[in-house]
Ligand binder design. Sequence first.
Ligand code: URA
Length: 243
Amino acid sequence: MTTARLDRLLANMGYGSRREVQKLAAQGLVLLDGVRITDAAKHVPVGPDLAWRMTVAGIPLDPPAPLALMMHKPLGVVCSHKEDGERVYDLLPVRWRTRDPALSSIGRLDKDTSGLLLITDDGRLLHRVISPKSHVPKRYLATLERPMDGGEAAIFAAGELMLEGEGKPLAPALLEPLSATSAYLTITEGRYHQVRRMFAAVGNHVAALHRDRIGALELPGDLAPGEHRILTSAESEAIFAAK
Ligand code: URA
């Protein structure tokens, strides 16, 4: 079990500067297993169980790093720190914005795409999911402007489709039509605007796009747009499991 100095740990979790955390402790507001820790220089054991062993001002501690969560990304918010507009991070608890290590989305969904988004401060998890070597399938529900002509599935499955401005063909992708103008499309890469550009390459236009699955991890039906929750270890494993 690793340990961390209380003031450093809480400051990195967004509870304030180290000085502010020292004050909280001195005021008797930090409890571990029900016992006050007034000296913020004290080392505390850091593990997932700390979130229910420690309270700050009577409230259970936030989960320490490494943290991985899923969000039902709503339409109209952006994943990038650099883009203008409301960001997915603005939908998380305010304190989490100043966590160190910082939280970032695992891959991105466009502003106009909704659905399952993973967010983590765990660099290893992030790289494992986005690495092309992992081949993690991501499933999208696409609603199209025009009826499909029936040839799209073979074109997407061939592994020869070249997107405009790119030098390498796309890996094979699985198209499962649901109606003339809607389909699931499962891809293993994460190129810029990939799904929209794939349909554009076959003369169609995506009117609405929603991601409902990453690996074998499905967006839970009870997670409303804008909501998030921490991944269980079984859910983290499901990302890498075949469906
Ligand atoms: N493909 C897209 O075009 N947009 C997304 O948000 C994700 C995949």
